[in-house]
Design a protein around this ligand. Structure first.
Ligand code: F6P
Length: 324
């Protein structure tokens, strides 16, 4: 029997989709059902909150969708929610549907949105970190990061085959917004020749020196995080300036990194985060994000999680050790 005052939880996915979101939705539904709580899903992130676009879902409907990438609730980057007018409409939707608590799955923009929303809405919110970028404080891993890295390395391995056949230099741009996590993880495990990430602040001159003496007798793979200040195009032209014999191609892996079946780790993370989110609401917690630190569940206030989680010193030292 549920004696808690929370009888109806609303949930939505927001910002960029990430593999593992469906797992989290499944776990939320399963945990809520076990405690007699109703769950409604808002479609298209904050847009669904504003428009009252909600669907009921049951765990048995989601059980077989944990293997699917993307988000069955759909997602959006809502401009209307940035305006007070939009947030007031969202509040009306919550009241009209008697929603007692809200779970949001998304990135830092999503949690910033909830912080602002809490100024006019006092129902409890719990966040689940869902973004491929792994750029959120309060968790070692965000939902989708591991899958994105696996997708990236699968594709980079393919690029290596053609790069080796032609003895070409490839500049491969990886997603991550201002974070170099996807680039450094992918680059180290594919044996890249250079990895440029925003956090390292390393001058790319070291890379140009390497390319200067490159003899075109093998592949040469360079990973560039999209947030790195040089950018793929400028880097490519600098390389051509120092070594005009280089046969160079640029590949942007792009949104391929966001799709695909979630890895085992992301499916499991989704389940742990989903269960924890409902439990924390029932424990009376609010305005916090569930995360995993040293493989243990942690709660971090939204004010803290919006500070960027940067590639740490231990990983950055690896760049030097591996000559990147
Ligand atoms: O935050 C996830 C992410 O994929 C970033 O890595 C990337 O910069 C951005 O979203 C792309 O956003 P959109 O899908 O809106 O173009």
């Amino acid at each position: 029997m549920n004696t808690n005052k929370i009888k109806h939880i609303g949930v939505f996915t927001s910002g960029g989709d990430s593999p593992g979101m469906n797992s989290a939705l499944y776990a939320i539904a399963k945990t809520a059902e076990a405690t007699g709580i109703k769950v409604s899903g808002f479609r298209k992130g904050y847009e669904g909150l504003i428009d009252g676009d909600l669907v009921q879902f049951k765990s048995h409907e989601l059980q077989k969708l944990t293997q699917k990438g993307g988000t069955i609730l759909k997602t959006a980057r809502s401009k209307r929610f940035l305006e007070l007018e939009g947030r007031k409409k969202a509040l009306q939707t919550l009241n009209a549907n008697k929603i007692d608590a809200l779970i949001a799955i998304g990135g830092d923009g999503t949690f910033k949105g909830l912080l602002t929303f809490s100024e006019i809405c006092d129902i409890p919110f719990i966040g689940i970190p869902g973004t491929i970028d792994n750029d959120i404080s309060g968790t070692d891993y965000t939902l989708g990061f591991d899958s994105a890295v696996n997708t990236a390395i699968e594709n980079i391995d393919k690029i290596r085959d053609t790069a080796e056949s032609h003895n070409r230099v490839f500049v491969i741009e990886l997603m991550g917004r201002d974070s170099g996590y996807i680039a450094i993880h992918s680059g180290l495990v594919v044996g890249a020749d250079a990895i440029l990430i925003p956090e390292s602040g390393r001058d790319f001159i070291y890379l140009l020196n390497k390319v200067k003496s490159y003899d075109s007798e093998d592949a040469f793979l360079i990973m560039v995080s999209e947030g790195d200040e040089i950018g793929a195009e400028l880097l490519a032209s600098k390389i051509n300036e120092v070594n005009s014999s280089v046969d160079l191609r640029i590949t942007r892996l792009g949104h391929v990194q966001r799709g695909g079946n979630p890895s085992a780790l992301d499916r499991m993370l989704g389940i742990r985060f989903g269960v924890a989110a409902v439990e924390q609401l029932l424990n009376g917690n609010k305005n916090k994000m569930v995360g995993l630190l040293n493989n243990e569940l942690y709660l971090t206030p939204f004010e803290e999680v919006v500070k960027q989680h940067q590639v740490n010193d231990e990983l950055q030292k690896l760049l030097e050790l591996f000559g990147k």
